[in-house]
Design a protein around this ligand. Structure first.
Ligand code: B12
Length: 243
């Protein structure tokens, strides 16, 4: 019988065997008590048509969350391009989640449920899950900062059945304490009035990106490049952590 600790270590090392992936483990209950679940949402949410299948109920036997982080380096901007209904980063994370699900079934006969991106479809608030699992900390840009990659990371979660040991929250990683807050100053719409993130201001920039699709995608059926949305990354790419 595999111990909790070695099961956790093996699952993490399997996930991290994929290029540019980091993984951590957190209790579902702890994520659901995170700050985002306490915060009141500032406005209506735009759920774009991603291929994620909504999940109505989480199985009661699955009480652990595997958090996946995919590095999103500046030199590979395409991962963030929204094309034909989703971003390439999300497609890759969905594929990795499927591979982990198969591996857990084959190796340990454990069930795993890859969760959708959107909370409204049965997903989790991913930054909360990531912070609590020790993947990183929340920076002045309101993004998860990973010690190696800074905010250049995209997240996903998988619910796990089985007895796992959770990974510890990070201690002693406080990069924003001595920073000149380049992220907030870089924002094109000043979405950090008084140093605090404003959803309603940020979303104006995101909506402008949606309105201004550019023909930089794959070659489509009409022989022309698909239109893509290039979401703003100013507060992310200006961060010196992991640059
Ligand atoms: C809705 C959404 C948006 C909306 C609204 C964002 C918002 N913050 O409200 C819009 C479209 C504006 C948006 C913009 C962006 N988004 Co967005 N977004 C999401 C989504 C789907 C849900 C986020 C949400 O609603 N949070 C709830 C609100 C209330 O909280 P919040 O503002 O995020 O702040 C909370 C946390 O900071 C947390 N927190 C702070 N400190 C601590 C400490 C602890 C211990 C804990 C537990 C929690 C915690 O508590 C705060 C609430 O009190 C997530 C995916 C997901 N399923 O989680 C991606 C996500 C957060 N977005 C992401 C990104 C990258 C972006 C953009 C850079 C655009 C882009 N290129 O994709 C910008 C950056 C905006 C910013 N600086 O925050 C990434 C973040 C990756 C990272 N490294 O952190 C995510 C995780 C998606 C992904 N692909 O991985 N986004």
């Amino acid at each position: 019988m595999t111990s909790k600790a070695s099961l956790t270590t093996e699952v993490i090392s399997q996930a991290e065997s994929y290029h540019g992936v980091r993984a951590r483990v957190v209790r579902l209950k702890d994520v659901l008590e995170g700050s985002s679940y306490q915060a009141t949402s500032e406005g209506p949410r735009h759920i774009d048509q991603m291929d994620d299948v909504p999940i109505d109920n989480w199985p009661a036997t699955a009480q652990t969350v595997l958090v996946l982080g995919l590095n999103h380096p500046e030199k590979d901007p395409r991962l963030d391009y929204w094309e034909r209904g989703d971003t390439w980063g999300n497609r890759r994370l969905r594929e990795l989640s499927g591979l982990m699900k198969l591996w857990l079934r084959e190796k340990y006969d454990l069930a795993a449920l890859p969760l959708p991106y959107h909370v409204e479809k049965g997903g989790l608030f991913l930054k909360d899950a990531a912070v609590l699992s020790g993947m990183g900390v929340i920076g002045q840009n309101n993004l998860l900062l990973h010690p190696e990659w800074g905010p250049r990371i995209r997240l996903r979660s998988i619910l796990l059945e089985g007895d796992f040991q959770t990974t510890e929250a990070l201690e002693g990683f406080t990069p924003c304490e001595t920073c000149e807050v380049f992220c907030q100053n870089a924002c094109p719409v000043n979405a950090f009035p008084q140093g605090k993130y404003s959803w309603s201001t940020c979303v104006k920039q995101i909506n402008a990106n949606v309105e201004n699709k550019v023909p930089d995608g794959e070659i489509g059926e009409n022989g022309k490049r698909n239109l893509v949305i290039k979401y703003c990354r100013a507060c992310e790419l200006s961060c010196p952590v992991g640059a």
